[in-house]
Design a protein around this ligand. Structure first.
Ligand SMILES: [Zn+2]
Length: 334
């Protein structure tokens, strides 16, 4: 079995003990940020429960083979988001059908906090008094979003983020990134391995970041220079691109770094230290902060306002004109 590098390593070790000592509980609540590895650990845990060999999961026994093929009849995952009441009722029915090939039946609800009160109440009895063979894992970003009665019935397993240096070590080893780039990815992914993998496995995304920073570097008193930034932000059409959030994150992290340079703080985009310092020489700290405000407002608008979403190019152009005026002043218009 491949070795794991997940925030849930500690959780996984604990669950492995549960399996080994035959003390697997009937209800678990996996709690932690998105992308932190809760679902991965939940599946791995399920496979350990189904495995019949000593060294779990062996990957070879009947239980493991069925599980890996995605056809284990005693394994149920509710991936739905938001969770529909009908699905909860189906799961309730399924819960009372005895397992077919294993002596356990494992249920995972991947977005447990997206069950509304009606659904949670429909599920409550199952979770409180499950049949002896059932193991139910509720996955949530925060246990506070679940009914207290549900929370009190489950064993809570918390997943916490890695430190920056741990992620840095991981991406350096796995993706052979250079120092500054590895440190950017580590900071950018905020201690969440899933996010760092996402960035590293998508070379295009790192290239887009390079493009945005290159365009910002060329920004000058000539207003026409915003065109390059408009393109780099993916604003070549009306529709908001799927990775718009990433463009915004890069854009704001750049100006946050510029403000940080001004106040002697630490920067995120360490591989572009020179560019950021150069840019910081021509801008007031207050302007950098206002640019961040402008961009944050537009980002919010684009994610919540459907009409805005369909006019991405327009919103980005207006945003950049505002930012440019903030930096170079309206008096510089030619
Ligand atoms: Zn096995």
């Amino acid at each position: 079995m491949a070795e794991f590098f997940i925030e849930g390593q500690k959780a996984l070790d604990m669950l492995r003990r549960d399996v080994k000592m035959n003390t697997v509980r009937q209800g678990y609540i996996f709690e932690g940020s998105d992308g932190i590895g809760k679902k991965t650990v939940a599946r791995h845990f399920a496979q350990m429960i189904f495995c019949t060999e000593e060294n779990k999961p062996c990957g070879k026994c009947h239980g493991c083979s069925m599980f890996n093929a995605g056809s284990h009849p005693d394994f149920f995952v509710l991936e739905e988001s938001p969770v529909k009441i009908d699905s909860v009722r189906r799961m309730n029915d399924e819960l009372f059908v005895k397992p077919l090939i294993s002596d356990r039946k494992v249920f995972i609800v991947e977005h447990a906090d997206e069950m509304n009160n009606e659904s949670q109440n429909a599920f409550l009895k199952s979770f409180e008094e499950p049949p002896y063979y059932a193991v139910i894992i509720l996955v949530t970003s925060s246990a506070h979003k679940l009914l207290p009665t549900i929370v009190s019935r489950g064993a809570r397993v918390s997943f916490s983020p890695f430190s920056q240096s741990e992620i840095e070590g991981f991406v350096t080893k796995k993706y052979s990134l250079t120092g500054a780039r590895a440190s950017f990815v580590a900071r950018y992914s905020a201690g969440i391995v899933g996010r760092s993998v996402e960035i590293c496995e998508n070379e295009e995304i790192l290239g887009k970041r390079d493009g945005i920073i290159a365009a910002l570097k060329d920004l000058s008193h000539e207003k026409i220079t915003i065109l390059k930034v408009i393109n780099a932000m993916g604003a070549t059409g009306r529709d908001t691109p799927y990775d718009a959030d990433f463009y915004f994150d890069v854009f704001t992290s750049f100006f946050r770094d510029v403000a940080a340079v001004k106040s002697g703080g630490a920067i995120i985009n360490t591989d572009y230290k020179d560019v950021i310092e150069g840019f910081a020489r021509n801008i007031r700290a207050s302007s950098a902060r206002r640019v961040i405000d402008i961009a944050s407002r537009v980002k919010m608008e684009l994610s919540s306002n459907l009409k805005a979403k369909m006019k991405y190019d327009l919103w980005i152009t207006n945003m950049l004109i505002k930012c440019w005026e903030e930096i170079y002043g309206t008096g510089n218009r030619s």
